[in-house]
Each structure stands twice: as C-alpha cells, then as structure tokens.
Design a protein. Structure first.
Length: 171
C-alpha cells in the first residue's frame, strides 16, 4: 500500500507485486495497481483491519497464486514428513512446529495464524499486509496465556503455504 496526505485527505493505492521464479531459472516480476482511493485523513487514522485488500486486482492475483500454493504445500508436507525443514523468511517450519529466532512454537499451541490488511492506522508503519499469529504460552505478557507474533507479510515468502501448514497441523 502506498499513500500520501494532501489537504486533510489520504490518497492511497494498493500495489500488487508478484514474483514468479520458474524451474528453468526464468524470473517474472509483475506490479499491478488499483486506482487511487481518497479517504478523509481523520477516518484513515482511526484504525481498521480487513481480511483482504479492498481491491479489484486481488481476485486475479489469487488465481495465479492458488495453484502455486497447492504445489508448494505438497512439497512442504513431504519435506516435513521426512524430518526436513522449510524456510519462510524469518520463520522455519519443522515437523514439531515453527521456529522464530530462539522461540519454538509447537503446532498444537497455535490458536490463530492468518494475514490481514491494515487499512487505516495511526502508525503508518503498520499499513498494508501483516502476518499475525497467536499461540498459547505459560506466563505470557500481562498474565495472558497467549503470545503474539506480527511480521510484515512481504517478509514471509509463500505466506499462503505457511498459513495452510499451521491450520492443518495445529489440530
């Protein structure tokens, strides 16, 4: 998401970047953009989440991503079943769960794993797609029995594969 302020209005535009790497080494990078949207700045800064971008292009992107996700998911399952690991940027999936830095997050402790789009927020660093995960821990922050992980979605390659793995392995 890209945006700028002008005369009390926020002008934002959803940008969809897709990087395809083919088995023969060919790399195709596409960048598509929705028309700019004008929103009063006060509403923009109020804060709101959405499960998908407000976009006419998103369904087209999903048609490209869906079959690739199925292929990568099948490969990831075989790798994990064989005792291997699958890298998702800052996260590593293993047979027993996810690893993030020095944190080990067993699959069965994950209560929520998704990505969402921050449409409006006071902190402009939070705009756009974010990967969010909640997992059970003993003695979490402020006495909550949960901990949270939030990572910019662009930092997590094959995000759809990771979300599907978590959903399938946490039950």
């Amino acid at each position: 998401m890209d945006g700028e302020a002008a005369d009390g209005l926020m002008i934002t535009e959803w940008l969809h970047e897709l990087l395809l790497e083919f088995t023969d080494g060919t790399v195709v990078n596409s960048l598509l953009a929705d028309p700019p949207v004008v929103t009063p700045e006060s509403a923009f800064r109020a804060g709101r989440l959405s499960p998908s971008p407000p976009s006419a292009i998103a369904p087209l992107m999903q048609r490209v991503i869906a079959p690739v996700t199925e292929l990568h998911l099948a490969r990831a399952k075989v790798t994990l079943a064989g005792g291997g690991q699958v890298e998702f940027g800052p996260l590593t999936a293993m047979e027993d769960g996810l690893h993030h830095g020095n944190k080990e997050i067993p699959w069965h402790t994950i209560t929520s794993c998704r990505y969402g789009f921050v449409l409006f927020h006071e902190d402009e660093d939070e705009l756009g797609a974010m990967f969010r995960m909640e997992y059970a821990v003993d003695g979490g922050a402020h006495g909550f029995p949960f901990a949270w992980l939030r990572i910019p979605a662009l930092d997590v390659p094959d995000l759809d594969v990771l979300v599907r793995l978590a959903d399938e392995n946490r039950t």
